[in-house]
Write a protein that binds this ligand. Structure first.
Ligand code: SAM
Length: 322
């Protein structure tokens, strides 16, 4: 999966994700506007530092970074430093004020948002067999699968804690690399908040056969790690939360995107019918916006995503060695 997505010929080094699937960022500018409101809250809680950071982790084509920059209110915009982080090359045409990096910089003071990043952090799949859990090996030319060796002790420990396998045939996705990836983001926050937004599942309600899926050109395809398609798996955000806390985060919340966006003023409310006669064009615009909001908070779709939000304060960060 690592080579298929990020190797020399890897999918993400060749392709921009928006050609293959639609995230909240691409669904509507309303998402970035809500993130800009969250940034303003974080900025106020931090005492309006100069500079204040916004980091778009796993940025894809940089759209969230560019839109948050455009939506920042006066008073914040002048102090705002925006960084998009991705392994792919900087997209042409991106606002020159957006820095493009391969890693989250150390000492971020502000807000980091990772929208649909962790589901693309490579992981291994284990299947329960009569001899215990075995890694699933995949032939990259045919997609054929066979049982491999037992997972490493640290992965077995992760499975036992977060996704225990009980019956033969059950599968689990070993989320330890995601925990480590998330902890490394928390470790780079000097002060502020990091939010991971993703398809998620929680202990006790994991899908018994796993979630690994392939996407190409907008369609679901077999998840063969040959570099020709995106490969994604839902995220054990509760395990990431625990890893973030071990890395120094406090004040964790894990809610749905619907709850998070409602709190940020995205309600999906339709405009009053009286507007239709008073301002027909304004009514059509408001109706279209209501439709976009409704898509972002739909509990059966994007609204069902998990929002893990973790905060690092000065007293948390000061004793840590990074
Ligand atoms: C599904 S796309 C999401 C793009 C964008 N955030 C959006 O919502 O449209 C995931 C992105 O994460 C990037 N990515 C994966 N692992 C990364 C890493 N370790 N560091 C930086 N970027 C990474 C990939 O290159 C890809 O562009």
């Amino acid at each position: 999966m690592r080579r298929a997505l990020y190797g020399a010929e890897g999918f993400y080094l060749r392709e921009r994700p928006d050609r293959h699937f639609r995230t909240s960022v691409h669904a509507s500018p309303v998402f970035a506007e809500a993130v800009a409101r969250l940034l303003a809250r974080v900025d106020a809680a931090l005492g309006r530092p100069d500079p204040v950071d916004f980091v778009d982790m796993g940025s894809g084509n940089g759209l969230l970074a560019a839109r948050v920059l455009a939506a920042a209110p006066p008073g914040l915009a002048e102090r705002l430093r925006v960084t998009a982080v991705d392994l792919s090359p900087r997209p042409g045409g991106l606002d020159p004020r957006v820095a493009w990096e391969r890693e989250v910089p150390y000492g971020v003071t502000g807000l980091v948002v990772a929208n649909e990043w962790l589901d693309n952090v490579p992981l291994d799949v284990a299947e329960m067999t009569p001899d215990g859990p075995r890694l699933v090996l995949v032939d990259t030319s045919t997609g054929e699968e066979r049982p491999g060796p037992a997972p490493r002790p640290e992965d077995l420990a992760w499975l036992e804690r977060w996704w225990p396998l009980r019956s033969p045939g059950e599968r689990a996705e070993i989320g330890r690399p995601r925990d480590e990836a998330w902890a490394s983001v928390i470790g780079r926050l000097a002060r502020g908040t990091a939010v991971a937004v993703d398809y998620a599942h929680l202990a006790g309600r994991r899908p018994p056969l796993g979630t690994v899926t392939g996407y190409r050109d907008g369609s679901v395809v077999p998840p063969v790690p040959d570099g020709s398609c995106d490969i994604t798996a839902h995220v054990a955000l509760d395990a990431c939360a625990a890893a973030g806390e071990r890395a120094g985060a406090r004040a964790s919340t894990l809610i749905t995107q619907r709850e998070a966006l409602l709190d940020l003023g995205v309600t999906g409310a339709r405009p009053p019918l009286t507007l239709a006669s008073a301002d027909p064009a304004g009514y059509v615009r408001a109706l279209s916006r209501a439709g976009q909001e409704a898509e972002l908070i739909d509990p059966a779709g994007l609204g069902g995503f998990g929002w893990l939000s973790q905060t690092v304060t000065l007293s948390d960060s000061s004793p840590r060695m990074m």
